[in-house]
Design a protein around this ligand. Structure first.
Ligand SMILES: Cc1cc2nc3c(=O)[nH]c(=O)nc-3n(C[C@H](O)[C@H](O)[C@H](O)COP(=O)(O)OP(=O)(O)OC[C@H]3O[C@@H](n4cnc5c(N)ncnc54)[C@H](O)[C@@H]3O)c2cc1C
Length: 470
């Protein structure tokens, strides 16, 4: 099903999408509403047998959260996707209600906050692919690497894409959704077009992740765990449930606090977090893999939307245009927001009009991500560390993780009772308050120092045990 190497010539009228990740698949789904033929070009092999790791999506080995806005947008584009994901073993949780969550101030109470879908990235990608390819207008060509753009005779437009094999695929519209390794600036430069300016903020965040079998424990009342860092203890960790009765444990730290990838050091780092809760949960769990790291985590936006003289017929979506520090968990939702914006723009255009409208579309897709997510961060304290330019000396604040660390900011005036305003709504990825949507709400914290609402079974292993939260 996935590997369509049929010999139909690609019609010049069709659209070609580069990359079968979340952004590419959702774009293909939307483009098929306007184009008779949409071809998705993917470098990797796309196994049909079930969810499987792909080298083109190395981030799949690290915890991925799909916030409710993303879930709803994907469901709207591809009805039945959520049910298929749940049938495959993913879970829809309410955070912080279903988590043990230590915020920079204290433990959250188990109250309704925001919905999130948790499951393996492999399951999500495989499910989305299956859903998208039900549309006969969409074909995928796996094991095909795009290596450049083909210029039209007028010199102003893109007329197709070049593959490593030397083959050229003609297209009315080419969409680059090749993710963080996108070569689009080089491709544009090779055709004599200007390249986009880049904004980059780097908090030097590192990830290290490892799969575990979930140890059976009927008394366990939480489904996942999040121990956040803060400037005086800039290490964190998250434990998410995955399909296949697995946990994925992702350890997080900035700069010199980046977590280790050596097997024997993984648990030691987990023990050094502000609470030993995550370490204690993993201590007797059976590891299913070695730890793997991820370091290239800067926020980076390539401003294709600002190009005055971009060629007609070429769009850039997803991480290829705008990638976030992964700790916000927003990349997939931004891809869905951009697909939704693309859909809105295409409604009023005929296929012939699309190539000439790409600058407007690019502005609209960029705004969808910016308005929904990025600017919220950039306006608020959450991104204070990331807002500093990538260059320059390492400042201790760079070690700050992603939520306000100033407890005063979180206190309700006159009551001295901390509330964490903003964290969950901001993480809920631009979900507008309105009917059926999760409205931003303050999330109360537990009495100082104890996740008393969710007793974790077993004796405390250190002084203060699970209640110790520095
Ligand atoms: C460590 C980490 C954790 C993250 N956690 C979250 C999270 O919790 N929640 C969230 O929403 N987002 C998260 N993200 C972001 C998320 O992974 C991406 O935003 C999301 O995958 C959308 O990316 P994409 O489709 O643009 O690119 P990708 O998913 O990276 O897909 C790009 C595709 O293009 C293919 N490709 C590349 N080059 C070529 C070529 N030349 N020719 C053909 N095909 C090519 C690749 O093989 C791949 O299939 C995280 C990212 C990282 C790095």
């Amino acid at each position: 099903m996935d590997d369509d190497m049929d010999d139909h010539p690609e019609p010049r009228d069709g659209a070609v999408v580069l990359g079968a990740g979340v952004a590419g698949l959702l774009a293909a789904r939307v483009l098929a509403e306007r184009f008779d033929r949409v071809t998705v070009v993917e470098r990797d092999e796309l196994p049909d047998s079930g969810p499987a790791f792909r080298p083109g999506v190395p981030q799949s080995r690290h915890a991925h959260v799909l916030w409710s806005k993303g879930v709803d947008l994907i469901e709207d584009l591809l009805p039945g996707t959520t049910a298929r994901l749940l049938a495959g073993g993913a879970v829809l949780l309410d955070l912080p209600r279903d988590f043990l969550w230590l915020s920079p101030a204290d433990w959250f109470l188990p109250v309704h906050g925001a919905r999130a879908l948790l499951g393996s990235r492999e399951l999500l990608d495989r499910t989305l692919r299956g859903q998208v390819l039900r549309d006969a207008r969409i074909r995928v060509r796996a094991r095909c690497t795009a290596t450049g753009l083909v210029a039209a005779a007028d010199g102003r437009s893109v007329a197709g894409v070049e593959l490593r094999s030397g083959e050229r695929l003609p297209a009315r519209l080419v969409v680059d959704a090749t993710g963080r390794t996108s070569r689009a600036p080089d491709w544009l430069a090779a055709l004599g077009h200007p390249v986009p300016a880049t904004t980059r903020y780097d908090s030097r965040l590192g990830y290290s992740s490892r799969y575990y079998a979930v140890p059976p424990d009927p008394a366990r009342r939480w489904r996942g765990m999040y121990v956040q860092g803060r400037p005086d203890s800039p290490r964190g960790g998250v434990l998410v449930p995955l399909d296949g009765d697995r946990w994925l444990a992702t350890l997080i730290g900035n700069g010199d606090h980046a977590p280790p990838t050596a097997q024997e050091e993984f648990l030691g780092f987990a023990r050094s977090l502000r609470s030993p809760a995550l370490h204690d949960a993993l201590r007797d769990a059976q590891p299913l893999s070695s730890p793997v790291g991820f370091r290239n985590t800067a926020n980076e936006r390539r401003h294709y939307e600002r190009l005055e003289h971009a060629p007609d017929g070429f769009l850039v979506l997803g991480d290829a245009a705008c990638r976030f520090n992964p700790v916000y968990g927003h990349g997939m939702t931004v891809a869905a927001l951009a697909a939704d914006a693309l859909r809105g723009e295409l409604r009023t255009l005929s296929p012939r009009e699309v190539p000439g409208a790409v600058r407007r579309i690019q502005r609209s897709t960029a705004a969808a991500g910016r308005d929904g997510l990025a600017d919220r961060h950039e306006r608020g304290p959450a991104l204070s560390a990331d807002r500093r330019p990538a260059t320059g000396p390492h400042h201790p604040d760079h070690a700050a993780l992603h939520v306000p660390s100033d407890r005063r900011r979180q206190r309700r005036p006159g009551r001295g009772r901390p509330l964490l305003r903003g964290t969950v709504p901001v993480r809920d990825a631009g979900h507008p308050a309105g009917p059926g949507h999760d409205a931003p709400r303050p999330v109360p914290l537990a009495p100082a120092g104890r996740p008393a609402h969710h007793p974790v079974p077993g004796p405390p292993r250190a002084a203060g045990g699970l209640g110790r939260a520095g």
